[in-house]
Design a protein around this ligand. Structure first.
Ligand code: ADP
Length: 300
């Protein structure tokens, strides 16, 4: 659905995106992750044809985004970080305005707006002023706006930032549902790693360059460790870094006569992200093994 080859974007001396290449498969939930200033918004800006690239090649749905921006825009829906809707219009009026900007008219316009309202469960709110809605309802309307032109590809730039946990979960369910039931490709940026952990595919960028790419499972296997904590009956407390959870078994076996407590903490995508972008070790990498048996036994 998306192909990016050696994409480069400079603002004067600042290399915001510094030669990145990756692709996004049709139907996937894809997450682009990175700290502030990593180049995520610049990349999304170029993919959505709002920004011009400095060099490289970008195709969306097989269409060159620089040569045919109008055709790309017909394929995509975009949910921006900041709302772009009118506070003084109702939910339905906002969506009608949006649809007519896409050239939709009459019965076709009405049916597209109705479908966007249905998909985002806004039926009971469609006559309410956008400016009077709660944060979660506004976000749902922003997503409905992006759905009016029945896009094949939906871009969401930090869709759940600033929402309370329950609303975040509701918005997240809505996004997952659109991806699963409509087969829509979803391109996401988020600061919430537990959301990104549900992606089919992830790219982590840092200072305009790709640091890692893979499924959540692949990234965890490559860039973080699990932690085994053992307390023995004589009161000693030991920690071991594990490359895989299975490595715990021989260690537990060695201690089994006098174990008081065992705990395994699995590395998370948070650890992966911190390990790749902060330069510092995350929690799961942080503790050195303290057990002399572990060192003698050749544990890493
Ligand atoms: P992110 O979305 O990951 O936070 P951005 O793509 O917004 O990152 O920014 C990448 C880099 O480009 C940052 O160093 C940022 O300061 C710089 N940048 C972004 N937009 C502009 C601009 N319009 N003019 C100059 N520098 C910019």
């Amino acid at each position: 659905m998306i192909q990016i080859e050696s994409l480069f974007k400079a603002y004067g001396n600042i290399k915001a995106v510094n030669g990145i290449s990756f692709s996004v498969k049709e139907g996937d939930l894809f997450s682009l992750l990175g700290t502030n200033g990593a180049g995520k918004s610049t990349t999304i800006g170029i993919l959505t044809t709002l920004l011009a690239k400095t060099s490289g090649a970008v195709t969306v749905g097989g269409i060159d985004a620089a040569k045919n921006p109008e055709r790309v825009r017909e394929l995509i829906g975009v949910v921006f970080q900041e709302s772009v809707l009118d506070d003084k219009l109702t939910v339905r009026e906002n969506l009608m305005v949006r649809g007519s900007l896409y050239g939709l008219r009459g019965a076709r316009l009405k049916s597209c707006v109705n479908e966007a309202i249905r998909l985002t469960a806004l039926g009971e709110l469609d006559t309410r002023l956008y400016g009077r809605l709660s944060g979660g309802q506004r976000r749902r309307t922003d997503i409905a706006r992006a759905l009016v032109n029945t896009p094949r590809l939906l871009f969401l730039d930090e869709p759940t930032t600033g929402l309370d946990p329950k609303t975040r979960r509701d918005i997240w369910r809505l996004i997952r549902n659109l991806q699963k039931s409509r087969g829509m490709t979803v391109f996401l940026t988020t600061h919430y790693m537990e959301e990104a952990a549900e992606s089919d595919d992830i790219v982590i960028i840092h200072k305009g360059e790709i640091k890692a790419r893979g499924t959540p499972t692949q990234l965890k296997a490559a860039y973080c460790t699990d932690l085994l904590k053992i307390t023995t009956t004589d009161g000693r407390y030991n920690e071991y870094k594990l490359r895989s959870t299975l490595e715990a078994l021989p260690i537990i076996e060695r201690h089994k006569e006098n174990i008081a407590n065992v705990e395994i903490i699995n590395g998370t995508l948070d650890d992966v992200f911190l390990n790749l972008t902060s330069g510092k070790n995350s929690l799961c990498e942080f503790f050195p093994p303290t057990d002399s048996t572990a060192a003698a036994g050749g544990m890493n």
